[in-house]
Design a protein around this ligand. Structure first.
Ligand code: HEC
Ligand code: HEC
Length: 231
């Protein structure tokens, strides 16, 4: 009995340390598989029912930052983040059990739910910061973020650079801090370098600015929209 427990512990440690060695976006495994598959939106909705418990039926998350908005995120980015979370390359203990194959299925389900989420219209009223340092935020954004997240926070889907515009401020701050301080293991190393000198004030200013960036009108929902798939 004792031997079995020790073996299990060793295997667990090996798994975790293996995950922490993985580089940024090496691909392979489920990520590559899911990217190649043709998504089935009906199954995507079925899978999304599990996700809606936290990310809400609209995919809008919560302004208090506990759950991010997913709606409108690029399909490639969602696939990468889901595959990373499943492979323990991005820690998400709250969501992890719900994202496993035994809960939602394999690579096809990842492809399906990611396509479903990407098509949901975005939240017109995300959570913002206090609005006191927006000029500083804009300056920092222009100097440090445009080359990867685009001039308006729209991201670059082919490169897996996420859309960050109109995301909840508190979620943005948490991720930014984790990326800066090395806590988000799947972070892009070039971004880590770019933001290493950011103070907490700089971080809050730039994230406040980003939360207020406006996505294209066509992909934003009207105020009070409810997802008809959940009626
Ligand atoms: C029990 C609550 C919970 C459930 C259920 C859940 N999530 Fe999450 N999810 C979270 C939390 C919390 C985060 C943010 C974690 C963090 O701060 O890093 C998150 C983050 C994510 C992210 C990363 C977003 C980004 O901007 O990088 C994706 C993608 C995601 N979830 C997709 C899903 C999908 C798809 C499902 C359903 C299969 C799902 N989630 C189910 C709680 C949940
Ligand atoms: C070299 C390219 C690069 C630069 C420069 C960069 N980022 Fe990023 N950023 C990324 C990538 C790639 C990710 C996703 C990493 C991953 O896959 O986990 C990311 C993730 C993020 C996230 C988390 C998004 C989410 O949904 O969880 C935030 C917030 C963010 N970046 C903000 C910024 C801000 C603000 C700046 C400028 C101060 C910046 N980034 C500069 C490439 C970059």
């Amino acid at each position: 009995m004792r031997v079995k427990i020790i073996l299990a512990a060793v295997a667990g440690v090996a798994l975790l340390s293996g995950a922490s060695l993985a580089g940024w976006n090496e691909g392979g495994g489920e990520q590559d598989e899911a990217l190649k598959l043709k998504p089935d939106l009906e199954n995507g909705l079925e899978v999304y029912e599990v996700c809606a418990a936290c990310h809400l039926p609209e995919g809008w998350g919560k302004p208090d930052g506990t759950f991010p908005m997913l709606a409108g995120q690029h399909k490639n980015v969602i696939i990468k983040q889901l595959a990373d979370i499943r492979a323990l390359n991005r820690d998400n203990p709250t969501m992890y059990p719900f994202a496993l194959p035994r809960s939602i299925g394999g690579a096809q389900s990842i492809a399906d739910v990611s396509a479903y989420i990407a098509k949901l219209p975005m939240n017109p009223e995300p959570g913002y910061g206090d609005g006191k340092d927006l000029a500083l935020g804009e300056k920092l954004y222009k100097e440090n973020c445009v080359r990867c997240h685009g001039d308006n926070g729209q991201g670059i889907p082919e490169k897996y650079f996420p859309r960050i515009q109109a995301q909840h401020y508190k979620y943005l701050v948490r991720q930014f801090e984790w990326i800066r301080d090395g806590k988000r293991r799947n972070a892009n190393p070039d971004m880590v370098k770019q933001i290493s000198g950011f103070s907490d004030k700089d971080m809050r200013a730039v994230m406040d600015f980003v939360s207020r960036q406006k996505p294209p009108k066509e992909i934003v929902a009207p105020k009070g929209w409810e997802n008809p798939d959940f009626e």
